[in-house]
Design a protein around this ligand. Structure first.
Ligand code: SAM
Length: 283
């Protein structure tokens, strides 16, 4: 008997992954959480049927979310992660000895519990003493802070369901306020390829451009996300992602990465013309 997980990427496109077995399934107060075991991608987490991460390709997402801003900002000490309950972003952050504090604000405690039990590859960073986890809505949490964080990483689900508020103008404005004078925000910026994702991407970009003086977009390849072509936003009060890239300082840290490197850092900001046009249209 064959067992397959299928996610609809558009009305006319589906991605299917063969599954060995389902390891976990629950309906939390916020969403349906499932974890599967698969021959090609290892274990993978879905929320409300949408792919969040697989053991095989999560390194791309988490390395690009963390190492790009860390190779730019010269002294990150206080970090806020919003969402990111699988722990992959935290895992990459705790590799930096210079970081003193990491606050992770995840709306759904059940995601963290399930990942600690079934996805130790990503959840391993939660044990670090510098990590403090708060189970709250990130939209509400961020309202309380002014001039506090060096780096905010918005590791959210898509802009519907619990993640909807994390794509609003109010949220980005409050992230700006919560950042120090040289702070950086990196956010999950959706995909330019399929129409609905591209619309969400443009809407998010417009709101970030309205909130931050420097707002750039960079790209990566994530095989299990719709179209495989994914974007992150780099929004900043002071540092430019390329002009202020600290190539030698970052290399001197000796961090071993599987996707990120200093050349790729530069290349990731070189976008295809059709994506540049979409961004310019809302800038
Ligand atoms: N890499 C993933 C992706 O883009 O598919 C995101 C991974 S992470 C699992 C996303 C997390 O954001 C989820 O665990 C979800 O519960 C959390 N989340 C969604 N809305 C949130 C909110 N308003 N506040 C805090 N966390 C939220």
């Amino acid at each position: 008997m064959e067992l397959w997980f299928t996610e609809k990427h558009t009305e006319h496109v589906k991605l299917s992954i063969e599954v060995d077995k389902q390891l976990y399934s629950t309906q939390s107060d916020f969403q349906r959480i499932d974890i599967f075991e698969s021959p090609e991608f290892g274990r993978f987490l879905t929320l409300d049927g949408y792919m969040m991460l697989t053991e095989k390709d999560e390194f791309i997402y988490h390395e690009m979310m963390v190492h790009v801003p860390m190779a730019v900002h010269p002294h990150v000490k206080n970090v806020l992660v919003i969402g990111g309950g699988d722990g992959g972003t935290v895992r990459e952050l705790v590799r930096y000895d210079s970081i003193e504090n990491i606050d992770l604000v995840e709306i759904d405690e059940e995601v963290v519990k399930a990942c600690i039990e079934y996805l130790p590859q990503t959840a391993c960073g939660f044990q670090d003493k510098r990590v403090h986890t708060y189970f709250e809505d990130g939209l509400k949490y961020i309202r309380k802070f002014v001039d506090t964080y060096d780096l905010i990483l918005v590791d959210s689900t898509d802009p519907f369901g619990p993640g909807e508020g994390l794509f609003t103008k109010e949220f980005y404005g409050n992230c700006y306020k919560a950042l120090k004078a040289d702070g950086i925000m990196v956010n999950q910026h959706e995909s330019p390829f399929y129409k609905e994702d591209a619309y969400a991407m443009q809407r998010a970009h417009k709101r970030i451009v309205e909130s931050f003086p420097i707002s750039k977009v960079y790209q990566m390849h994530i095989p299990t996300y719709p179209s495989g072509h994914w974007l992150f936003g780099f929004a900043s009060k002071k540092y430019h992602p390329l002009d202020d890239q600290r190539v030698e300082e970052w290399k001197a840290l000796g961090l071993k990465t599987r996707y990120y490197n200093e050349q790729l850092h530069k290349g990731a900001f070189a976008l295809p013309n059709y994506v540049e046009e979409m961004l310019e249209h809302v800038e």
